[in-house]
Design a protein around this ligand. Structure first.
Ligand code: HEC
Length: 275
């Protein structure tokens, strides 16, 4: 049994490691085989990022020399189990809707005494510089993983939660920027793809939104790091040639609210792993 698992792990890793350099002479891996290999949790380096995130979460930092262990993600201070599955949600103490990552910023400011600018100075690892995950990326992975196996179920009771959904939906369908793209331009049709990437129809297909959202945050093989939803929103804004999306901004949270509401009911399978 054990032997079998190790064998599969080695095989999947070998597939992943050789894929970017596949030449004509080497054995070809089909796109389907590649996707199947990405399902193998034993070979998912994202699991190590969960451990790094836990260490970061429990590290004292900032002028207040505090850890984040008392951070309230909506289920009470320090309660992580199931919290991510119910984000974004309204928070009384900030009087706004927050997603996982904006909430991490809030806690680093409030509990650790850092400024927002300090926290946001470097949020994403740069894959071109071979960087490993930043502290906030790893912590997002750690907190999210405590909801593995639970259905996505963000609340929709508070007026501000309903507002965030509406704003997110409007942003999703509104064309803007120099290319006149909306999110729906690329993610509004069934079976649309760019090269080999399936784009997903988040406009009308609950199924597509669910399939996508249940594996975020995700280990991104081609980047060698875990990527979060804030980074995905930032990247798609860049693809639309829009100005940089501010980390944890109301617009980013609104888009994540829309996607999460569309994906309601999907069971989280974390950490995800994508090409
Ligand atoms: C120009 C086309 C384009 C536009 C416009 C665009 N995206 Fe994307 N999006 C992509 C591509 C391409 C990918 C897949 C990237 C990859 O796999 O490398 C993607 C990936 C995603 C994913 C993750 C998919 C997965 O399988 O996990 C989400 C979520 C997403 N986009 C949301 C959005 C949102 C929200 C907007 C609007 C703010 C948007 N996108 C605008 C092209 C676009």
């Amino acid at each position: 049994m054990n032997h079998d698992k190790t064998g599969r792990k080695t095989l999947a890793l070998a597939v992943l490691l050789t894929l970017p350099t596949l030449g004509g002479a080497q054995e070809m891996v089909t796109a389907d085989e590649y996707r199947a290999a990405l399902q193998d949790k034993f070979a998912n380096p994202g699991t190590m990022v969960i451990d790094q995130g836990e260490m970061q979460f429990k590290t004292k930092r900032g002028p207040k020399n505090a850890t984040l262990e008392k951070c309230d993600f909506g289920k009470g201070p320090g309660v992580l189990k199931g919290a991510y599955a119910e984000l974004p949600r309204y928070f009384k103490d900030t009087n706004r809707v927050e997603d996982l990552e904006s909430r991490l910023v809030t806690c680093m400011v409030r509990l650790q005494g850092l400024t927002e600018a300090e926290v946001k100075k470097k949020v994403f690892a740069d894959q071109r510089a071979n960087e490993s995950n930043t502290a906030i990326e790893a912590m997002a992975m750690y907190v999210a993983a405590q909801s593995d196996g639970m259905p996505i179920n963000p609340p929709l009771k508070h007026a501000k939660e309903k507002e965030a959904l509406k704003v997110g939906e409007a942003l999703f369908f509104t064309r803007h920027g120099p290319m006149d793209f909306s999110c729906a331009t690329c993610h509004g049709n069934d079976d649309k793809r760019i090269r080999l990437q399936e784009l997903g129809n988040y406009a009308t297909s609950k199924k597509d939104a669910q399939k996508t959202m249940l594996t975020w945050p995700t280990y991104r093989v081609s980047h060698g790091v875990v990527r979060t939803l804030q980074s995905r929103m930032w990247d798609c804004h860049w693809q639309m040639r829009l100005p940089d999306l501010d980390y944890g901004s109301p617009a980013s949270v609104a888009l994540i609210s829309f996607l999460s509401q569309q994906a309601k009911g999907a069971v989280l399978d974390l950490p995800g792993m994508k090409r």
